[in-house]
Design a protein around this ligand. Structure first.
Ligand code: ASP
Ligand code: MG
Length: 440
């Protein structure tokens, strides 16, 4: 069995919905995970923000506009008035529910209830659309089996048992459709796997059903070797190892939700990234295999804060780093990059919620300097730290002030920290030095 996930644009227009139908009706049994139609989750987040800002009337206006859009889609997708009515009733029910939520007080649960509606709508409409065309499709409600535990990790035991149970109980089908992104929390409340989490849903399901392969269908042709928004002539990377893909997904290759690779890696299930608009192209295959030498990809992550902690007491002392780390631990703030000298340590964080308190505590025993608006640029490839061509990347030091370099933390990653205003320039220079083979 294969698990196929389709993102928002794949179900964002009638034409694309038709395309997805063609792609999945090849006679093989499969589970299809869907995101909300493109733009919907952003609008739902906006609704939740308006409720938080105590602007229920503005929220209602947006709900009305979204409702009209969905009614238009239903009109175009369904042929008989009976089916238009059935699907219309379901969608109207959702919009009535959303309207009723505008009079509630904002809470995290309210947010979760609101943002879960997009996937409920897309999967219901898509399943009905397939059934209309004679496809033997069934909807498996994600809230009947997908659950996270108290540490927000997928509760694999629960998921496996319940998914198996509802598949067994459902009438046999060729195609099972389910919602990406949404789940229950450890207390049975509606929750989600964070923005972009449908990819993660797909690999969690892939792992529990021991799928032959998980396919993530988007509107780009795979993971690129550099950021196509800033660098010309990038290309999709054909093969990546799980480790390489995990580094890239975390460090800003926005195509995959960062945790997506984990369940697939643990269960050793290949993940294929495919383009709905160009199904024939190979895409990117992520598996246990590594392929090719040298740097394969460059990616950047913004909104990084660098903190320099300087203290004469660090000289020849032990336990200094422990003291520093304990403060970050206390404020549940993960550290990403770290470099040290004999009397100072520089590190980066991407969550600055508790920055003020952290700095206050560090200040008690050191001099602290904070630099905002930094970007991590990471270069990834199999064993690149020992590859004979890797040195070429360091030519970038001639062009751009580099704040930190992390080399040797893993064999497959070298990271540079630059000011965000230098990021594009750095990506372009690195592309030239690393991929374009310019020796000048
Ligand atoms: N619909 C959700 C989002 O926009 C989840 C996803 O698309 O993966 O974040
Ligand atoms: Mg996505």
């Amino acid at each position: 069995m294969k698990v196929l996930k389709f993102g928002g644009t794949s179900v964002g227009s009638i034409e694309n919905i038709e395309r997805v139908k063609e792609l999945i009706t090849d006679g093989d049994k499969k589970i299809v995970v869907l995101s909300a139609m493109s733009g919907t989750t952003n609008i739902l987040v906006e609704i939740s923000e308006l409720i938080k800002a105590e602007e229920p009337n503005k929220a209602l206006e947006i709900i009305e506009t979204l409702c009209k859009k969905y009614n238009g889609v239903i009109d175009d997708l369904f042929e008989t008035s009976e089916l238009k009515q059935t699907v219309g009733n379901y969608i109207d029910g959702i919009f009535e529910y959303l309207k009723s939520l505008t009079s509630e007080k904002h809470s995290e649960l309210l947010y979760n209830k609101i943002v879960s509606q997009g996937e409920l709508m897309s999967t219901y409409m898509f399943t009905q659309f397939l059934i209309q065309d004679g496809v033997n499709a069934r909807l498996l409600p994600a809230l009947d089996f997908m659950r996270i535990d108290k540490s927000f990790e997928p509760d694999e035991f629960y998921i496996k048992q319940n998914l198996q149970r509802i598949i067994d109980e459902a009438l046999p089908a060729d195609i099972y459709i389910t919602q990406g992104f949404i789940c229950l929390d450890a207390y049975g409340n509606v929750a989600n796997l964070q923005r972009g989490g449908s990819d993660y849903t797909a690999t969690i399901i892939g792992a529990v059903v021991e799928a032959d392969e998980v396919q993530i269908w988007t509107d780009i042709d795979g993971m690129h070797n550099n950021d196509p928004r800033f660098v010309e002539n990038t290309h999709a990377i054909s093969n990546l190892s799980f480790d390489e893909a995990a580094e890239l997904a975390y460090f800003g290759a926005k195509i995959l939700h960062p945790q997506t690779v984990m369940p697939a890696m643990e269960a050793n299930i290949p993940v294929r990234l495919k383009n709905t608009m160009d199904p024939e192209s190979y895409g990117t295959l992520i598996s246990q295999q590594t392929d090719g030498d040298g740097i394969k990809a460059i990616a950047a992550k913004d909104n990084i804060t660098a903190i320099k902690i300087k203290s004469a007491r660090m000289l020849l002392a032990h336990g200094f780093l422990k003291k520093v780390f304990e403060i970050f631990e206390k404020y549940e703030t993960p550290i990403d990059m770290i470099t040290t000298s004999e009397i100072a340590v520089s590190l980066t964080i991407d969550n600055d919620t508790h920055l003020t308190s952290i700095v206050e505590e560090l200040d008690k025993f050191s001099n602290v300097e904070v630099d905002n608006q930094q970007s991590i640029i990471c270069l990834v490839g199999h064993s690149i730290v020992s590859h004979s061509e890797t040195h070429r990347l360091f030519r970038v030091l001639q062009d751009i002030p580099v704040r930190m370099i992390s080399y040797g933390g893993s064999k497959n990653n070298i990271s540079l920290l630059v000011s965000t205003e230098d990021k594009i320039n750095a990506l372009q220079h690195l592309n030239k030095y690393v991929f374009e083979d310019v020796v000048s």
